[in-house]
Write a protein that binds this ligand. Sequence first.
Ligand SMILES: C[S@@+](CC[C@H](N)C(=O)[O-])C[C@H]1O[C@@H](n2cnc3c(N)ncnc32)[C@H](O)[C@@H]1O
Length: 104
Amino acid sequence: MQIMDDLRPKTIADASGDVLEIGFGTGRNLKHYGDDVRSIHGLDPLVTEGVRKVDERIERAGFPVERVALSANGQLLRVDVAGRVPRQRPAPDLEPVSRRCLKN
Ligand SMILES: C[S@@+](CC[C@H](N)C(=O)[O-])C[C@H]1O[C@@H](n2cnc3c(N)ncnc32)[C@H](O)[C@@H]1O
């Protein structure tokens, strides 16, 4: 969508450090992140593991990118390579972020 493409560079230019991108979608913002970004957690209910274009965008990013899904109870969980959210693999290190997001 053109209006979003026009907004991406300016919106994303200020991001730095460890970034939580809410509404990660297909990773179209990735190429706009600058050198100050250390890592991305891409939060989206969409499961895109195995979608070639998205996997390629992530591979091309110059920093680690992890896709996370929001479960029905609001806990952040990692998605495995097959796009499933395994019950046995919660992401405790993301819980403080999850709690902050749910409060706001
Ligand atoms: C307009 S798309 C933008 C996708 C991507 N950021 C981009 O710029 O191309 C909005 C995204 O938000 C996601 N989304 C919708 N509700 C959400 C929610 N409650 N939490 C996280 N992501 C959500 C959708 O699945 C969709 O991928």
